[in-house]
Design a protein around this ligand. Sequence first.
Ligand SMILES: NC(=O)c1ccc[n+]([C@@H]2O[C@H](COP(=O)([O-])OP(=O)(O)OC[C@H]3O[C@@H](n4cnc5c(N)ncnc54)[C@H](OP(=O)(O)O)[C@@H]3O)[C@@H](O)[C@H]2O)c1
Length: 316
Amino acid sequence: MSSASQSRPWNVQWLPPAEGRIFLVTGGNAGIGYFVAEQLAATGAVVVLGSRDTAKAAAAMASIRSRFPGAHLRHLQLDLADLSSLKTAVDRLGLEHLDAAVYNAGVALDDPPRRETEDGHELMFGTNHLGHFALTQWLAPLLSAAPTGRIVTVGSFAARSERLDLGDLQSTQDYRPKRTYGRSKLAQMCFGFELDRRLRAVGSAVLSVVAHPGGALDSLTPSRPPVRVTTPGERLLALPAGLLVQGKDAGAWPVVRAVLDSEVQGGQLWGPKVFGLRGTPRREPVPSHMTDPAAAARLWAASSELVGADPHLGFR
Ligand SMILES: NC(=O)c1ccc[n+]([C@@H]2O[C@H](COP(=O)([O-])OP(=O)(O)OC[C@H]3O[C@@H](n4cnc5c(N)ncnc54)[C@H](OP(=O)(O)O)[C@@H]3O)[C@@H](O)[C@H]2O)c1
C-alpha cells in the first residue's frame, strides 16, 4: 500500500490499490458479502468468493465483471454448515498464501422451529460461529504465509444486548430465533477478539479484526442484476428507514476498511459512524462483554471440542 494512501483520510469511494493481494469473502455471492467482494475487486486484488452455490457465485462474478471488466475473481465452493467439507475446500484453493479472509456468510432465521446442520449443530450457531471457527484451522497456514494476514469477522449490533449462555450454546432449551442469532453473532465477535489475543501471545503477524455493517437493508441497496434487483416500489417504501439504516453496499464499508487499511490493528472493532447504524466507517469502543477472558476461554474450549479442532487452530 502506498504511503500516499495513508496520508489522506479514508475514502470509501477511493480505496488503496491492492494488486497482487488475495482476499477470500465467505458468502461473497449475495448481500453485504457481494459488495465486499465488489469493492475489494475494484482495488485490483484477487477476490475469492466463498459460496455454497455455483450459479449464485457465477452471477455475482458476472455482475462484478460488468462493472470492473479486469476484475480478478474466483469461486470457492464453500458450505460452512458442513464442517467435514472445509479442509477439502481450502485444499482446492491451491494457494500459497492468503492476505485476508472475511468471515461474512451468515444465516438469520426469524421463526421457529429450531433447525440443525448436518453435523447436528443448531443452524445459526453452527454456520455463523462454528463454521468460521473450523475454517480458521485450515486457513491458518495460508494467512501466516502472507506478510500481514488478516481475519475480518463480520459481527452485528444484535450482539450488543445479548449474553452467551455457556451452558446452552446451541439453544437446546428455550429456543428463540432472534436471541439465538444475536448470540451466534456475539460468539463470532468474542472469537474475533480472543483470536487476536491468542495471535499476539504466539507472536503471529496475522491480525484478527471485527467489523459490523450497522443496519443494512436490501431495499436500500442499489440493484446488481442478475444478483438482485431493487424495484422502485421497494425503494420508495424504504425511504423512511433510510434515515436510520443503509444499503448493503454501505454496510460493506467498515468490513472493506478492516481488510485494506494498513492503520487498522488487530483486536479493533469497526462499524458505521452514525449511531453504529449507518455511514462511513469509524473505530468503535469494544463492549466489555465481548472481551471477557473467562467467557472467551470457555467459548473457545467448547468450540474446539464441537468441531474437533486443535485449540491452537494452526497458529503457533
Ligand atoms: N443486513 C444487516 O442489517 C446485518 C446487520 C448486522 C450484521 N449482519 C451480518 O452481515 C453478514 C451478511 O449479512 P447479509 O444481510 O448480507 O445476509 P444475506 O444477504 O442473507 O447473505 C448471507 C450470505 O451468507 C451465505 N451463507 C448462508 N449460509 C451459508 C453456508 N452454510 N455456507 C456458505 N455461505 C452461507 C449466503 O449464501 P446463499 O446465497 O447460498 O444463501 C449469502 O451469501 C452476516 O454475517 C450477518 O450476520 C447483517
